[in-house]
Design a protein around this ligand. Sequence first.
Ligand code: ZN
Length: 84
Amino acid sequence: MVVNVCKHCQRQYISVTKGFCCTRCRDIDDMRFAQIKAYLKYYPNSSAYQLAESLNMTVYTVLKYVEEGRLQFGRGRFEQLEED
Ligand SMILES: [Zn+2]
């Protein structure tokens, strides 16, 4: 069991594996990620700051997706990871 802190509501919760988002914020999390994906389609070379600014979310939120392995940050820009 791992104690995690939700990146959206900062609430602590326990899960079997390391997590970043509690079940209550799952919808918000998916919505944010969908926004980032859509944005990167049009502006593939965006920085974390540009993404945050344009999508009205914090840089912290954007960087958390990188930490989660859902987004890749290389050569100073973001790329969406291939999904199975
Ligand atoms: Zn939460």
